[in-house]
Design a protein around this ligand. Structure first.
Ligand SMILES: N[C@@H](CCC(=O)N[C@@H](CS)C(=O)NCC(=O)O)C(=O)O
Length: 205
């Protein structure tokens, strides 16, 4: 199995950490998606990462769809999104807040990166940053309520923890001026705990 995309992409990284946690061995190909579009297009018509290429050559696209397939492959004891019921709903909600936070942080980054200086619209950047902070504030409340436990109150790590930790780590790296460590101290402490583990540290951005 091959994972395409650099680990500085939070979507790529959530797939990588998930595969580590599920004990799946994979080859990593950090193709720079903006600089080598043809190499990605061969496997993904949208030219986006993450893209996963299975051993039989079939490719998987979009991190949520990739993770859904990997959960199914991993089986009930290792899957990171609970299969059903209130626990699934809760993990799904926290994960959605985490990926929404990633989206908003990235849009704030792209506004400056892909527009000429005179066309960068500062209020749009601030709007996205505010939404990212909203998502992280919500996850901070979850971390506070969880204490030493997991964000969604599960008895083992779930996709909410993987994506929540990566949403914080990415936003903090991409938007350092937001002062997230002060705004979200409980989430910051939780992320420090996650980043110290092999599953996270071996796929650092
Ligand atoms: N919703 C997608 C988002 C993936 C995404 O936006 N990836 C970025 C890298 S962080 C990308 O491939 N950007 C290239 C582009 O959109 O042109 C997912 O979850 O996989």
């Amino acid at each position: 199995m091959k994972l395409i995309g650099a680990y500085r992409s939070p979507y790529v990284r959530r797939v990588a950490v998930s595969m580590n946690l599920m004990g799946m061995v994979f080859e990593h190909d950090p193709i720079p998606v903006f600089d080598d579009q043809d190499a990605v297009r061969k496997f993904n018509p949208l030219v986006r990462v993450p893209t996963v290429v299975l051993d039989d050559g079939e490719s998987l696209v979009e991190s949520y769809a990739i993770l859904d397939t990997l959960d199914e492959m991993a089986g009930p004891d290792k899957r990171l999104m609970p299969a059903s019921g209130p626990e699934r709903r809760n993990v799904m909600k926290l994960t959605a807040v985490a990926t929404g936070t990633m989206d908003k942080a990235i849009w704030a980054v792209y506004e400056g990166r892909f527009h000429p200086k005179e066309k960068v619209h500062r209020p749009w950047i601030e709007h996205n940053e505010e939404q990212a902070c909203g998502g992280l504030g919500f996850l901070n409340d979850c971390a506070k309520a969880a204490g030493d436990g997991w964000l969604a109150g599960t008895d083992r790590i779930s996709q909410a923890d993987v994506s929540g930790a990566i949403a914080y780590a990415f936003t903090n790296m991409a938007r350092p001026k937001l002062g997230l460590a002060e705004k979200c101290p409980d989430l910051a402490a939780f992320v420090t705990r996650c980043e110290a583990t092999e599953a996270f540290s071996s796929v650092a951005p």
